[in-house]
Design a protein around this ligand. Structure first.
Ligand code: KIV
Ligand code: ZN
Length: 391
């Protein structure tokens, strides 16, 4: 297993916060907010930004066009159904980018085939026509068999082969309803790589939803099996239980690079800022215990943990807060806190206490902590004032 970064396989990060994320009911963003998030994604090193669904509305078309014009490094992608009109509209929006991509899709599982009422052969023909049409407009074309994880394997292999022959350069395998599990996610990618002619010449992507809470695990399993693009969103924003969270897969690949030797181009120090901006503009707050970017992800309240943290941060943290752009670990003062943390917090506030003074303050601190959920710096200052101490 190589540890030399330059020798490791690159995994492309495809962010769909502005498309799949925004599809989350209530997460609509304004035009200016979308431009701001796109520019943060671009600066952070996202390889491909799915900026919207241009046929969906005039507003989406304008946002995708403007993001395309302003893009600097990222590929700018728009989504289109398997219809010529959708694909043309998508191209009109993304063509302004230095590096445009058209992403076209159709539902291939039995349930999804029933909606347009197409036979397997009719759908295969539609895929051939639409992917060829997209490829005549743009040399970077992504195709997705929606609900791939519930599509019959033989049919999936057949349509993936058709899309590759028609010119698709990326094949995305969506777990549209968050139904798969890690082993199955890996087996599916492996099966496609083995069975589909031409599969080794294109990039396979993984696009997971989180209905069973397995989106991150499923995406990483797909990468281990050969997928080289992860589709994800900031904070895991997305319909129902959301999509794979960008910050989770990126930090997992960084922290456990010893067992998953892949690299991404993401500047992880920008993660916390973009997470907060997406939470604000989407109106979807991040849950406190959310991995990587939750308020409590680097916070410790229990006495044993705080003591360990004060001696050696690695005792209870597997990554450094600075790695995601936070200035420091947060030792939350509450009823579970111990004497060592109280001493350290008071020292930060300028109070150096002798052991007997600390003993006295600790008793009053615990009484206060029993009445309050969290003891803030102002509470500690008041406690010290009441005991007649000056910093
Ligand atoms: O979940 C899904 O299947 C999608 C496709 C449009 C790629 O978002
Ligand atoms: Zn999706």
């Amino acid at each position: 297993m190589t540890t030399d970064k330059s020798q490791q396989d690159q995994v492309l990060i495809f962010d769909t916060t502005l498309r799949d994320g925004e599809q989350s009911p209530g997460a609509t963003m304004t035009h200016d907010e979308k431009l701001e998030i796109a520019s943060l994604l671009d600066e952070m090193g996202v390889d491909i930004i799915e900026a919207g669904f241009p046929i969906a509305s005039e507003g989406d078309f304008k946002a995708v066009s403007e993001i395309a014009k302003r893009s600097r490094n990222s590929v700018i992608c728009g989504l289109a159904r398997a219809q010529f009109g959708d694909i043309d509209r998508c191209w009109e929006a993304v063509k302004h980018a230095a590096r445009p991509r058209i992403h076209t899709f159709i539902g291939t599982s039995p349930l999804h085939r029933a909606i347009p009422n197409l036979t397997q052969d009719e759908m295969a023909e539609r895929i051939h026509e639409t992917v060829s049409h997209a490829r005549n407009l743009c040399d970077n074309v992504q195709w997705s068999p929606m609900d791939a994880t519930r599509t019959e394997h033989d049919y999936l292999c057949r349509v993936v082969e058709i899309a590759i022959k028609a010119g698709a350069t990326t094949i995305n395998i969506p777990d549209t309803v968050g139904y798969t599990a890690p082993r199955e996610s890996a087996d599916l990618i492996r099966m496609l790589l083995e069975r589909v002619p031409g599969a080794d010449e294109i990039v396979f992507a993984t696009h997971c939803h989180n209905d069973l809470g397995m989106a991150t695990a499923n995406a990483l399993a797909a990468v281990e099996a050969g997928a080289r693009q992860i589709e994800c969103t900031i904070n895991g924003l997305g319909e129902r239980a959301g999509n794979t969270a960008l910050e989770e897969v990126v930090m997992a690949l960084k922290v456990r690079n010893d067992i998953m030797p892949f690299r991404t181009g993401i500047d992880t120090k920008k993660l916390i800022h973009i997470s907060r901006r997406v939470a604000t503009v989407s109106g979807f707050p991040v849950q406190y215990n959310k991995a990587i970017v939750g308020k409590n992800a680097f916070a410790h309240e229990s006495g044993i943990h705080q003591d360990g943290m004060l001696k050696n941060a690695e005792t209870f943290e597997i990554m450094r807060p600075e790695d995601i752009g936070l200035s420091e670990t947060n030792l939350v003062m509450g009823k579970h806190s111990g004497r060592a943390a109280l001493r350290a917090k008071l020292a930060e506030l300028g109070f150096e206490l002798a052991d007997n003074q600390l003993k006295d303050v600790f008793v009053r601190f615990k009484a206060l902590a029993d009445r309050k959920k969290e003891v803030y710096e102002d509470d500690l200052l008041a406690l010290m004032r009441d005991s007649g101490s000056d910093p």
